[in-house]
Design a protein around this ligand. Structure first.
Ligand code: ZN
Length: 195
C-alpha cells in the first residue's frame, strides 16, 4: 500500500531530525495526525520559534532579540569567555549554575576529514571580543575534532596574550557536553587546566 504523498513528505521531514530513524518517524507521524491538537501545537510553536528566534550577534547563543540575555546582563563577569561548539552547550553549562562569565559559540569544529578548517568556525568573532578578557575557557568536547580545535584556538589566543584554560579531563571522550550530567560539568569547570 502506498501512503499519501503528503504523509510521505511529513515522514521524510521527521527523518531529518537527529536520532529519528524511519520507524520513529512513522510513529511520530501517525501520532501527530491522530492527535491533531498536539500536531497543531507543535506546528504553531515551531513556526513562532523559527520566526522569532535567531542567534545573538555577539556570542551566537539562541535569542529572541539581537543580543542574548547573557551578553546583555550587567551581572555577568565580562572578563571570562567560555568557548563552546553549540548553543546547546551553553544550556548544559547554565544548568549547573556554577559559571557566571560570557560565552562564545563556534558553530562547528575543525575537522579536516569533513573539509572544515579554521575559516569555517566563528573564530574572528571571538578575536574581536578579547579586549579586557582575562581568561578564555575552552569547553569543547574531547574528540579528535574537539582537540584539534582547542589546540588551534589556544595557539592563537596565547599569542594575543590571553590566558587560556581547558575543561578538566573527566568528560568521557567523544561525549557531547549537552548530554553530560551537571556534576561532571561542574567538576570539569572547577578543575580546568591552563593551556
Ligand atoms: Zn549573546
Amino acid at each position: 500500500m502506498k501512503s499519501p504523498p503528503l504523509f510521505t513528505a511529513l515522514l521524510e521531514a521527521l527523518e531529518q531530525l537527529p536520532g529519528i530513524g524511519k520507524k520513529s518517524a512513522e510513529r511520530i507521524g501517525f501520532y501527530l495526525l491522530n492527535n491533531r491538537e498536539v500536531g497543531e501545537n507543535l506546528s504553531q510553536a515551531l513556526r513562532t520559534a523559527l520566526d522569532n528566534l535567531g542567534h545573538c550577534r555577539i556570542c551566537g547563543n539562541i535569542t529572541e532579540g539581537e543580543v542574548c540575555k547573557i551578553c546583555s546582563s550587567p551581572s555577568r563577569d565580562k572578563t571570562v569567555i567560555c568557548v563552546v561548539e553549540t548553543p546547546m552547550d551553553i544550556y548544559a553549562i547554565e544548568k549547573t549554575g556554577i559559571y557566571n562569565g560570557l560565552y562564545h559559540v563556534l558553530g562547528a569544529l575543525i575537522s579536516p576529514l569533513d573539509g572544515k578548517g579554521p575559516e569555517d568556525i566563528n573564530i574572528d568573532g571571538l578575536l574581536k571580543r578579547i579586549e579586557g578578557v582575562k581568561e578564555i575557557i575552552l569547553a569543547i568536547k574531547p574528540s579528535t575534532e574537539g582537540d584539534a580545535t582547542s589546540m588551534y584556538l589556544a595557539e592563537i589566543l596565547k599569542k594575543k596574550g590571553v590566558s587560556v584554560s581547558r575543561l578538566a579531563r573527566g568528560l568521557p571522550v567523544g561525549s557531547e557536553l549537552e548530554l553530560t550530567d551537571p556534576l561532571t560539568i561542574i567538576n570539569a569547570i572547577k578543575n580546568r587546566s591552563r593551556l
